[in-house]
Design a protein around this ligand. Structure first.
Ligand SMILES: CC[C@@H](C(=O)O)C(=O)SCCNC(=O)CCNC(=O)[C@H](O)C(C)(C)COP(=O)(O)OP(=O)(O)OC[C@H]1O[C@@H](n2cnc3c(N)ncnc32)[C@H](O)[C@@H]1OP(=O)(O)O
Ligand code: CO
Length: 144
C-alpha cells in the first residue's frame, strides 16, 4: 500500500445548490463546474476547490443512495468521508483485505473517472475512508 495525497473531503448535503451558495457566500469559494449525477454511486456531486484539496458535495440521487441513511441520521448533512489517492486500487484492496479490513464492495468508477473503493468506518475509528486510483494526468501544486 502506498498512501497518496488527500484528494477530497466528502460532505453530504440535503441540497447541493444551497451548499454551493453557502461556500460561495461565506468563504468566497470557487465551485468547479456544475453539479452532475453519478448514478453508479447514487449521488449528485459538485466540487469546491481549495489550494491543497477539494470539498466534494454529495446529495442523494434517490432513496436507495448509499448516503440516504447518513442524511436520515444527520438531516442537515455533515462530513461524510475522506478520500486518499493510491497508485493501484487493486493492489490497495488486496493489501487491505490481507490486513483484515472491511472493504465495501468492488472498485467502481468515481467522480474523477478512476476506480474508487470504500473501507468501513469501523476500521478507522468511525471515519469512512475512500481510496481512489490517482488519475494518470494528475498534476498538483508542488509537483515537479
Ligand atoms: C461522488 C462519487 C464518489 C467519489 O467519486 O468520490 C463518492 O464519494 S460516493 C459517496 C457515497 N458512497 C458511499 O458512501 C459508498 C460506501 N458507503 C457505504 O457502503 C455505506 O454508506 C456504509 C458506510 C456501509 C454505511 O451504511 P449505512 O446503511 O448508511 O449505515 P449503517 O446504518 O449500516 O451504518 C453502519 C455504521 O456506520 C456508521 N456510518 C454510516 N455512515 C457513516 C459515515 N459516512 N461516516 C462514519 N460512520 C458512518 C453508522 O452510523 C453505523 O454506526 P453504528 O450505529 O455505530 O453501528
Ligand atoms: Co468521494
Amino acid at each position: 500500500m502506498t498512501l497518496g495525497r488527500l484528494n477530497h473531503v466528502g460532505v453530504a448535503t440535503p441540497s447541493i445548490e444551497k451548499s454551493i451558495e453557502t461556500y460561495r457566500t461565506l468563504l468566497g469559494a470557487t465551485v468547479i463546474g456544475a453539479p452532475f449525477d453519478l448514478l453508479a454511486q447514487g449521488v449528485k456531486v459538485c466540487f469546491i476547490d481549495t489550494p491543497n484539496t477539494q470539498i466534494e458535495l454529495i446529495e442523494p440521487y434517490d432513496d436507495s443512495s448509499p448516503i440516504a441513511g447518513f442524511l436520515k441520521k444527520n438531516p442537515a448533512g455533515g462530513q461524510h468521508h475522506v478520500c486518499f489517492e493510491v497508485p493501484d486500487i487493486d493492489q490497495a484492496v488486496a493489501d487491505l483485505k490481507e490486513k483484515g479490513a472491511t472493504v465495501l464492495g468492488e472498485p467502481r468508477i468515481g467522480a474523477h473517472g478512476t476506480p474508487i473503493v470504500f473501507v468501513h468506518p469501523k476500521d478507522f475509528g468511525g471515519l469512512l475512508v475512500e481510496l481512489m486510483e490517482t488519475p494518470r494526468d494528475s498534476h498538483h501544486a508542488g509537483d515537479h
